[in-house]
Design a protein around this ligand. Structure first.
Ligand code: ADP
Length: 342
């Protein structure tokens, strides 16, 4: 098959990176489809930068395989790297150059064959840095520098853009600007965005891969992660009726695991928090039980769980799991292969 026809922009298979005895990345696999904007999320030290450095060819893996549009980053590093625009956590900026000099330098380094003037104008326009092209990079604000870093990644128009913690150290206004730029990039590129900030992936990404201690603990659409991690759905019900009897009645319903009064009142209705077993919808049972007793139900609202809670829950859950070290034997051992840096 022609490699450019492959459905996946990134394929990571059983990737392991070990430093001495420490597994920075411990047998992870995930794929990114062409056109997707995927968030690579995890707490500090989870293994995000290590994974990204292997994908971008800056670091060799201990074992496993990474393909970029079908090209093995180890066997065909030049072909793979040509497809990637990369913004590392520390943007590789030359502070004594002007923005224009730097982008021209990048253009030459990447061996681009576009109409240079037009291409660089386009890149500057997308990243909104046209007004600072003549300025020295060292005199730019951090937000502008970050956009110059993204511009550098876009030179040569690579189909895959990889951004490692792109908003760290920016002020709130700059964060909003960089995020909206990332969203815009997603319209024409495949984007892998590494971050430890949940709201970043929440606003920008279609899918989230969550990594903790070198292992993938979730890989789903944003909405599915929220759904999958719910331990049991909870509702707030507003009910008119004698509180003790109402509580006892609801507690006896199948699928209901907890009923507590929240202490709030709405007219003559009392509020209750009702928690159900995972996968059980208890709303109809609640309604009929109350109706039989002539206790009006005047409100029933799910208690929303935001992504922050889900993320913390997933990370906590993976922390308490035993460190299973099955499948330790590398499938492909690359540890003795010399890799050119850069
Ligand atoms: P993240 O990007 O998610 O913050 P990293 O990929 O930087 O995480 O690091 C993953 C783990 O590997 C961390 O525990 C880190 O301390 C360790 N690590 C990273 N680089 C090295 C290195 N060069 N030598 C030893 N340990 C390292």
């Amino acid at each position: 098959m022609d490699k450019t026809e492959t459905e996946y922009m990134i394929e990571v298979e059983d990737l392991v990176k070990r430093y001495g005895q420490k597994y920075a990345v411990d047998g992870i696999s995930f794929k990114v489809k062409r056109g997707e904007v995927v968030g690579f999320l995890g707490p500090n030290g989870a293994g995000k930068s290590t994974t990204i450095n292997v994908i971008t060819g800056f670091l060799s893996s201990t074992s496993g395989r990474v393909l970029v549009e079908g090209h093995d980053v180890l066997d065909e590093p030049t072909a793979a790297k040509k497809l990637i625009g990369y913004l590392p956590e520390q943007p590789p900026l030359y502070l004594d150059m002007t923005v224009d000099e730097y982008l021209n330098f990048t253009y030459e380094l990447k061996g681009c064959r576009y109409n240079r003037k037009k291409h660089l104008e386009e890149v500057c326009s997308v990243t909104k840095i046209a007004d600072v092209r003549e300025r020295l990079i060292k005199n730019l604000s951090k937000g502008y520098r970050q956009r110059v870093g993204i511009a550098q990644a876009l030179v040569g128009n690579p189909p895959l853009i990889i951004l490692d913690e792109p908003t760290v150290g920016l002020d709130p206004k700059q964060i909003i600007e960089v995020r909206s730029l990332i969203r815009a990039l997603g319209e024409n590129h495949t984007v892998l965005l590494s971050t430890h900030i949940l709201s970043e992936v929440q606003t920008v990404c279609d899918r989230i891969v969550i990594i903790n201690k070198g292992k993938i603990i979730a890989d789903e659409k944003k909405e599915d992660i929220v759904r999958a991690a719910e331990d049991g759905r909870a509702y707030v019900a507003k009910i008119c009726g004698p509180t003790r009897e109402v509580t006892t009645c609801l507690r006896s319903r199948p699928g209901v695991i907890r009923v507590e009064r929240s202490g709030e009142r709405d007219g003559d209705a009392h509020s209750y928090v009702i928690e159900s077993e995972p996968g059980t919808d208890v709303r109809k049972a609640i309604f009929f039980a109350l109706a039989q007793n002539n206790w009006p139900l005047v409100g029933l609202e799910p208690v929303g769980e935001d992504l922050e809670d889900v993320f913390i829950k997933l990370v906590d859950r993976s922390d308490t799991k035993k460190p299973g070290k099955q499948n330790r034997k590398p499938v492909i051992d690359n540890s003795d292969i010399e890799r050119k840096e850069g």
